[in-house]
Ligand binder design. Structure first.
Ligand code: 13P
Length: 209
């Protein structure tokens, strides 16, 4: 995809996320790989109202070379591209239910999203949680790098989800799937649930990963 088309896609998908309440105010940020570097949503911008010409442009070493100042979360995006070869996009949201799980003491930090439905296994996989750090703290990048690329999606403690994908559309779809599964988990929290079996999960991973 050429850069102009990718800019338009970022504007379209970010607005779609915003319009459906997956982000509010100026929360959330998105990056995507482009020839010779990266595009990233500017800091303090609303995902509902991006200007394609003002999206931040960074070179391959993450130097800011065009557009508005990039998101302060550049460190956490960078960690996914570094540790997961083939990453084409990263989406960070403060979507309500995934953020709720990131605040619950009962969430297992090594497996935040148990296999409730097939699509969360297929599109998201195992989700781990990293401890809370101040937004924009480079420490978050270190915490994600320490996972050695094991997870396409991570919850930031008391903050929200970060999801990577091979391209922008699949990262957005995975972020949506993660949020909807988190919602089911919160809704079903007080009731006994049936999870997919280990065999079901293995079959899904073999067929769709
Ligand atoms: P930016 O406005 O710098 O992208 O930060 C928003 C955010 O979601 C912080 O986690």
């Amino acid at each position: 995809m050429d850069e102009a088309t990718l800019r338009s896609e970022m504007v379209r998908l970010a607005k779609s996320l915003f319009d459906r309440g997956f982000s509010v105010g100026s929360a959330g940020n998105i990056s995507a790989a482009v020839d010779g570097g990266f595009l990233m949503t500017p800091t303090n911008s609303s995902l509902g109202n991006l200007d394609p010409d003002r999206i931040s442009r960074l070179d391959a070493d993450w130097n800011h070379i065009g557009g508005d100042k990039p998101s302060k979360e550049v460190f956490l995006h960078r960690a996914f591209y570094k540790t997961r070869p083939g990453t084409g996009a990263v989406v960070h949201l403060h979507s309500t239910y995934a953020t709720a799980l990131s605040c619950l003491e009962t969430t297992d930090p090594d497996d935040c999203i148990p296999p409730l439905t097939p699509y969360v296994v297929m599109r998201v996989g195992t989700v781990k949680m990293v401890p809370y750090a101040t937004p924009g703290d480079p420490k978050t990048g270190d915490l994600i790098r320490a996972l050695n690329g094991d997870c396409a999606a991570v919850l930031l403690g008391n903050h929200g989800p970060v999801v990577s994908g091979q391209d922008l559309l699949s990262a957005v779809y995975a972020a949506e799937e993660l949020e909807e599964t988190a919602k089911l988990l919160v809704i079903l929290k007080q009731t006994r649930k049936r999870y997919l079996s280990d065999e079901d999960v293995a079959e899904l991973k073999a067929r769709f990963s």
